[in-house]
Design a protein around this ligand. Sequence first.
Ligand SMILES: [Zn+2]
Length: 362
Amino acid sequence: MIRRIAFCSSPGRALALIALTAVAVRAQNIPPTLTVDSASAAALARRQPRERPDTIRAYPVRKLGPGAYAVLGDTGQGSEGRSNAGFVVTRTGVVVIDALASPAQGKALLRTIRTITPLPIQWLILTHHHPDHTFGAIVLKRAGAKVIAHPDRRTLASEDGDDAMVSAWTGVLGLREMQGFAFADTPDVPIARDTTLVLGGRTFDIQVPGTAHTPGDLVIWVPDARVLFAGDLLIEDGVAMVVDGSSGGLLAALDRLEALKPAAAMPGHGRIPDDPIALIHLTRCETLSLRTTMRDDVQQGVSMSRALASLPPADRDRPVSRNSRVRRNAVRIYAEMERELLHSSDDAPAKSDSVAMLSCQQ
Ligand SMILES: [Zn+2]
């Protein structure tokens, strides 16, 4: 929690963030070394009955396109559930996208891949550095994967060091699930700008959209299958978190996703959408709507606490329920709008938002 202050540009915002997150931390007794979003994931891991990945032979799989698969996490729970992972089968081996939340989940992911192909695991691409997408990475690395990731690991770093982070996470998931853990998200191949890789004869366009969900986001596009792996830029209900990122960055990233015209897209959490463009559109509209509300409030001198009071209350003990996500995003966006109004000499961002909003009202 405390680490978040480093990202805060205004003291008011820092205080509000601390106040908001302190409530969540107290409610769930989550160790204070975890980041805001990590704390959310930690809370998710506590849900009962707890899944036992060591007893699960394989997770459900959905084919997204030729040789491209989603390993399905929980559906219908927004961000409140096990995340999705994906994999692409190439001529020489398997490229895995994201590694789930623990070594036990990583092993179940590996067993799941083995239900489709016996080819070697050659690469692991991480969409970002949140623990619920990366703490199973060591299993894939030990299976032979080289890691492709953004070099910016700030969202994973803990003020009290890596050991504190791991022991906090272990306290949440349990020893059994974390057995054999080691960090494995440091990239063998760092990607900090848009890069096209040919792996096993297949092309992977790896886009670096800039800070959107986190400062270390990667988007994976497989052009021959028209399949998009969007990480947490997309969540099944359209409320992507920008608590570690930026709503302006998210909007720009969504434009890039839409331009790809994907035939199939895997969100970071939840159901695979029948219509990927519709989910991108919904995510854009949710984000624009909150930006408009917060911008109006900042312009009218409404304090952050009063602005938050106009939103539905956060759900107690559910820090990434839909209402809780909207509220936490609002804190971030209020500060973004404040900064925009302090530093911008014209109303170009507001105009561009309201033009984009027109499509949301249809
Ligand atoms: Zn995330």
